[in-house]
Ligand binder design. Structure first.
Ligand code: PPE
Length: 302
């Protein structure tokens, strides 16, 4: 993973020189907020998928963590595009990060500066190309998803991801690809970095957003599925409902639309990518690659 330039507080800096002080507040306490955005190659050049929504969520994350961001949303959107151009990136991943920098240590972040960076790099399928076609193996995590009153699910806060790291490490060591976390009441929430969808008798379900990140891919899929004539419902469920679903899949910027073929050694459906998942996945990629006029407003061309 490497590119040429990183945008740091308004300047393009060489990849290897994009460094911070070891007493950076966010390094000690997780006091940063970030985004994950993808850019796709289209016939009319590189396009960023739902840039507006991602920058809106980034600013909302900053608001929740009481950060005064020294740029406007418009400036941030432009900086994302400039970073893509500076790296001649055709397609890949974009990682804006706003964090409390170095002034002094101690839990209160208020005296530390709010620093902003944007990195971009080429990033193929999150869980491997094969995962997109064949589906992945997962397990229900023994780690509960962060309790709703312990931090904020609406904010993509760096520190929140320690919960995801525990779940992911456990999944990898158990020999599966990804974890699905339950909340403290036992209801299904999300993956370490993905929202979850399941399908029963032709109806598509996903979790309500109270206990999960408001995924932008999740929102895209709900729109796409409705437009395709599927019924989509939000529902709280326990793990067993996933076991007996016809199809289950993850959605996320990094994960895109990744089918799940196994959960806790239970085969899901036919044990491969299901037909509805495949339809939605195909539509999603067509849209992201600019092949669907109806959704061109979701793309920001470079
Ligand atoms: N839940 C979590 C916990 C999450 O981190 C993500 C994104 C989602 C749901 C899906 O949200 P969206 O990307 O808006 O559809 N996870 C990002 C980080 C992944 C990583 O490994 O880093 C991502 O997909 O970019």
């Amino acid at each position: 993973m490497k590119a040429e330039k990183i945008w740091m507080d308004g300047k393009m800096v060489d990849w290897d020189k994009a460094q911070v002080h070891v007493c950076t507040h966010a390094l000690h306490y997780g006091s940063g907020v970030f985004e994950g955005i993808r850019a796709y190659e289209t016939e009319s050049g590189t396009a960023v998928f739902r840039l507006k929504e991602h920058i809106d969520r980034l600013f909302n994350s900053g608001k929740i963590l009481k950060m005064v961001i020294p740029y406007s949303k418009e400036e941030f959107r432009q900086a994302v595009k400039d970073t893509i151009k500076a790296n001649k990136l055709k397609s890949g991943y974009i990682r804006p990060l706003i964090y409390r920098g170095f002034k002094e240590l101690g839990v209160s972040p208020f005296k530390c500066p709010v620093n902003c960076t944007i990195a971009v790099w080429e990033w193929g399928a999150y869980l491997g190309e094969e995962a997109l076609a064949q589906g992945i193996k997962t397990k229900i995590s023994s780690y509960a998803r962060i309790y709703i009153n312990s931090t904020s699910q609406k904010a993509k806060i760096c520190g929140n991801y320690v919960n995801s790291i525990f779940a992911k490490m456990e999944a990898i060591e158990a020999g599966v690809d990804e974890a699905i976390l339950l909340d403290t009441n036992g209801y299904v929430t999300e993956g370490s970095g993905e929202n979850v969808f399941w399908i029963r008798d032709g109806v598509i379900y996903t979790t309500p957003t109270a206990t999960v990140l408001e995924g932008i891919t999740r929102d895209s899929i709900i729109t796409i599925a409705n437009d395709m004539g599927y019924q989509v419902q939000e529902k709280y469920i326990c793990r067993d409902e996933l076991y007996i679903s016809d199809e289950v899949f993850f959605s996320g910027t990094a994960a895109e639309v990744t089918p799940i073929r196994e959960i806790d050694n239970y085969q899901i459906g036919e044990g491969k990518r299901g037909p509805i998942t495949e339809n939605i996945q195909k539509k999603f990629f067509d849209i992201a690659k600019g092949k669907e006029d109806k959704y061109l407003t979701w793309l920001d061309y470079i």
